[in-house]
Design a protein around this ligand. Sequence first.
Ligand code: FES
Length: 158
Amino acid sequence: MEPVAPEGVNAPELPDGARRKFVHRMLNMTLGLWAMSGVAGGAYVAGQYVWPRKEAGTTGGEREVSFPVADLDAKGMVKVLVEGDPVGVFRDDDEVRAVGLVCPHLGCLVNWNKDGREMVCPCHGSRFDSHGAVLQGPSPAPLKRYEARVAGDTVVVT
Ligand code: FES
């Protein structure tokens, strides 16, 4: 049965097979776009793993933080928030050091190994010296450094 155009409408005449080619092209374009979006999504996720964010978000916390020196001696390492970023403060070589605790690889929190005098990431094994420099990857960058000074019986971190 021939399709009938509504009254007053002149349906264009299509050559034989033109409709089939048109439908095939549309279907191929749709499948192509769908495949490209899948590839792009996968590449984005892989990119987040290989090239993690450089900056963690900052929420709350002061720009300058202080606490009693006695806490440092009692705890070994004192954890504070400086502008929302977790920072570890500890003594090393009779100096007070402050190093960011967020691993630059994928953002896990590193731990201070006092005996080994290094920071160790529990997630993928990155190791950093007491200044935050990378000793072993996969971390692509050192830990963030902060200023720490002793003022009387207080440690000030900025
Ligand atoms: S998050 Fe991967 S090594 Fe620290």
